[in-house]
Design a protein around this ligand. Sequence first.
Ligand code: FES
Length: 167
Amino acid sequence: MKDSTPAPQFSEATLEEFKQTLSRYPTRRAALLPTLWLAMREFGWISPAVEEYVARLLDLPTSHVHAVVTFYEMFHRKPVGKWHLAVCTNLPCRLRGADEIVAAIKNRLGIDNHETTPDGMFSLETVECLASCATAPMLQLNQDAYIENLTVESVLKLIEELARRAD
Ligand code: FES
């Protein structure tokens, strides 16, 4: 049976960013990582169809794009929640309570690591050091914010605030 899901396609604005990105790199292949970041922002995750789309954009074999996507942990290979909580569980963060933070999130949201709440609002992922050890324990919220010096109370408050946000 033919798949009726529309093929991924960057918006006009993202296509323009993609063209600008290409102009900053000596080859199309060299622009793969920034193009994948654009794809993550646009589509939320890198599906096999998105891998094919990126491969076409950059004139690369899909197998090469797939190899890069699967090598780097930061590329989501399945849909994640609106709010993606990436909690660092390397040693400095663990020494300052990362395990309790993760347990509190799991307990509050009723999900395990690498899972998303049924309403699609929150995902949890434990990750390696995010280079913010001096403010341990910490988490990265989506791709753009570090929430630092966490306590069980502060992370539960964060979840409540995010759940209330309409945007
Ligand atoms: S160990 Fe957690 S940010 Fe470095």
